[in-house]
Design a protein around this ligand. Sequence first.
Ligand code: GLN
Ligand code: ZN
Length: 772
Amino acid sequence: MALTHNLGFPRIGAQRELKRALEAYWRGDIGDEQLKTTAAELRKRHWLLQREQGIDLIPAGDFALYDQMLNMTALLSAIPARFGADKGKTELDLYFAMARGTVDQPAMEMTKWFDTNYHYIVPEFDAHTCFRIGSEQLFREVAEVQALGIKPKAVLIGPLTYLYLGKEVTRQNEQEFSRLDLLPQLLPVYRDILVRLASLGVEWVQIDEPVLALDLDEDWLRGLDQAYAGLREPADGQAHGPSALARLPKILLATYFDGVNNHAERLKKLPVEGLHIDLCRAPGQLGIFLEGYPAGRVLSLGIIDGRNIWRADLAPTLAVLSHAQALLGERLWIAPSCSLLHCPVDLELESSLEPEIRNWLAFSVQKLKEVSILGQGLNQGEHSIRQQLDASTAARQARRESSRIHNPVVQDRLNRLTEQDGRRKSPFKVRQKLQRERLQLPLLPTTTIGSFPQTAEIRKARAAFRKGELGNLQYLEAMRDEIRVAIRKQEEIGLDVLVHGEAERNDMVEYFGEQLWGYVFTENGWVQSYGSRCVKPPILYGDIYRPEPMTADWIRYAQSQTGKPVKGMLTGPVTMLMWSFVRDDQPRSVTALQLALAIRDEVVDLEEAGIAIIQIDEPAFREGLPLKKRDWNAYLEWAVHAFRVASSGVRDDSQIHTHMCYSEFNDILPAIADMDADVITIETSRSRMELLDGFGHFKYPNEIGPGVYDIHSPRIPRSREMLELLEKACGVIDPDQLWVNPDCGLKTRGWGEVMTALKQMVEAAHLLRARL
Ligand code: GLN
Ligand code: ZN
């Protein structure tokens, strides 16, 4: 019998119950007990839901109040010393202190989980880090699920992944060390955990090692061998021999997010009872694993895409599985490709989606159903799922042929695109001269990144407009009021290049998606981003077409209110793509180009409306980089091309800006330069401009605005500090190329602090100008 299982279920709740409970707890509206009760109810509901879909082996330990990596930190008691000093804290206090910081300790760092939009809490190791079992939560959850009569598979993040994703902090006068050196100390604790799980009667433990999908060097690969051999070795002082081994659960080593075929031979030799591989991201790796797969071992195939929302094509999937079954027999398991954490919970909750489009989709619950249908097909024969196979084939075919997806105008335009369409008319130096003549800006021009504070009134007006409580005219007036306020304040501050403030935008992708053909939106399609934060990625299902201008009216209005140049604000094609669920029926490069064409038309409309400066934001450009370096060039090639197509429809004297809110560019600087934006604004203030060095060494040719203050912090910087940063920047980049701006948009801040901070920023620019 092929066994069905799941790697992880979304924990936030179909109605974001966990988010609500967490935020109420942090506000002090509910206590420990209530938070724990809500969490337990969600776990129970999710376990039962998974059982109802017919899944054989259901995960326990995939739940987390904040983050699964932070759960491991608590389980392994790897609490950074800086949080340990103050004893009297409860386990929960300590957990949230690490996640969110305290009055005197900043939170632990947070960063992106592989190529997803989920963020995890980065473990912090020092030379004194030691491990022991520090939390009972995992064992409690195992007991909870067992009490429901469900046989769980416990889930852990593997020792290699846990160390790899952490970082070393070395204090002054301490020797540098590598976190991999901690492995020998870590293993006995993992082993203790396994022994505890065995004593609870857990038969299988899924150990996630997603780092295997990255480029790992030899040291880490040796670490892998060492780790899994080590988990099998009796710890000192414990019984040796087969009885000790018999007390350990079986291990399913799970990999996902990309192929691990480069490590196939190594993985086949590891002393584990099973392997899980992702056949959605890397279908080609099946053959190499089937060949000589060790006897007696389970091979779990991730065949339902855990990273997207499309309904599967069951018939060809079943064919692949049947082939594997012929070789593996009982040892074949099937599952989603990865944890369903990255997928919304339940399509059943979507009541206003077009029925035609809805029929093409599957969220977590539906995906598990697909897994169990395939399991049934394998176990009871194809005829037993005939109906479901036919329905799936019909849905695929309907989608393939739907006129909603295919827009001949777009396809024709794509076919006619030439290399020239991705190139500005003249080289940067020529454009720069013309733009300078037109704009007449001072040296070190000052500007902002786009958004101004989204006040409660703005949000209220937008919500009322959506609900139909505010008419078109009233809404227009309300937003124009906001634009006028923003313009007046910017003039008062003395900025050189103004913006309209983005009051009409709820979200930089949704705002454009709603105006483009080819996008739909869900009501409840929430996906956890970090902690209690969720995003609702729009669904890009068809050819992208812009029926009419999207921003030109607002920007034109803003420009009519001032004599200074107003910069138009757009979201770039790569970011639109990265922050949406996108089509799986054509390469992402093609989708990106379609988005690029829509944006290109908007850029041209803005130019025709008399706007001299247009910013195309690409904050997600870097996160699109594939997990393996060998795939980078292919990505960069199409991503840069898409940006260039979006930005190259304008005259030489129109100035194109782009913005990226991070600054680790060193490994992709040639591509960034190749984007050929006239001005790029980036984050640098937190790193005290050090990250600008790369641009200096590279001799970045175009203009650049390194952020001089951190908008993420409520702290208001003094002009002296910003002046220092600017002086540093001048040491690396020719002042003639420099702009002065904050790190990112100001929408999360209040007007009071924004006014003070920007006035200080403008003062800093003036002080430096006077000296140059
Ligand atoms: N223009 C956007 C803003 O200012 C940019 C947001 C971003 O970089 N994520 O809000
Ligand atoms: Zn930004």
